[in-house]
Design a protein around this ligand. Structure first.
Ligand code: NAI
Length: 246
């Protein structure tokens, strides 16, 4: 049990990588708070994980909403006293080519993928500073490294996440807080279901391992980075992508 007595907040936890990560952390003994804007799916996920009932609760919340995030932090501390791990997993896409991208497409993606991560981290880091311990993990993407057709907004935010990760590793290390990012390749979730099949096939062919990833591949990476085994690792970006970036 890697995380006995540890409390983890996971954003965007209603489905995909976030929900699988919740399951992994619960299996490793953690107490988990799942945050998501999608209340219905959050309820379904909670029902599915009901065997862990006293070790999990959910809060419907938008990570870009400062007041909602404050409520998440307050409620978690009332319930469980500490916040040991924060996983900034919530993220969205609004894909279209540069010449067709609207200001609204840009703002929406920047708001969730950058401001959401900033807002959550700023408030949780205050608690971790008091505790003099904590781990913060951020969802980047391989497109931060090599860009992607139709993803001006998304690639910009995922590269921005790397910038924030390295900055926070430098600023928060003195409080015994580690900050790392994971850059997934193509992972089979609702997000990638939107990508046309021929592009998915192309991505698979590009990868040396010639396979897609699954949410558990990313959950395993988060679990390693959050654990004591990674105690000397901060400010890094772990690519979990079947080698697609090399
Ligand atoms: P998903 O679309 O399956 O799940 C994302 C979750 O975030 C949803 O439950 C959604 O309701 C929630 N969410 C969206 N906006 C929110 C907000 N404002 N506040 C709270 N929750 C919100 O996505 P998936 O595939 O599980 O991806 C998770 C993370 O991993 C994202 O940050 C994504 O950018 C990143 N990623 C995913 C890859 C993939 O291939 N699936 C590849 C690279 C990165």
């Amino acid at each position: 049990m890697k995380f006995k007595e540890h409390t983890a907040i996971i954003t965007g936890g209603a489905m995909g990588i976030g929900a699988k990560t919740a399951e992994k952390f619960l299996n490793e003994g953690a107490k988990v708070v799942l945050i998501d804007i999608n209340e219905k799916t959050l309820d379904e996920t909670l029902a599915r994980l009901s065997t862990y009932n006293e070790k999990i609760f959910t809060i419907p919340a938008d990570v870009t909403d400062r007041a909602a995030v404050k409520h998440v932090v307050k409620t978690t501390l009332e319930q469980w006293d500490t916040i040991d791990i924060l996983i900034n997993n919530a993220g969205i896409t609004a894909d279209t080519q540069l010449l067709k991208m609207t200001e609204e497409d840009w703002d929406r993606v920047v708001d969730v993928n950058l401001k959401g991560v900033f807002t959550m981290t700023q408030q949780v880091a205050e608690v971790m500073k008091e505790q003099q311990s904590g781990v913060i993990l951020n969802a980047s993407s391989v497109v931060a490294h090599y860009g992607n057709f139709g993803q001006t907004n998304y690639a910009a935010t995922k590269a921005g996440v790397i910038g924030m990760t390295k900055t926070w590793a430098k600023e928060l290390g003195r409080y015994n807080i580690r900050v790392n990012a994971v850059a997934p390749g193509f992972i089979k979730t609702a997000m990638t279901d939107k990508v046309p099949a021929h592009i998915l096939e192309e991505m698979k062919e590009r990868s040396p391992l010639k396979t897609f990833g699954y949410p558990e591949d990313i959950a395993n990476a988060y679990a390693f980075l959050a654990s004591e085994e990674a105690r000397f690792i901060t400010g890094t970006v772990l690519n979990v992508d079947g080698g697609v970036v090399i």
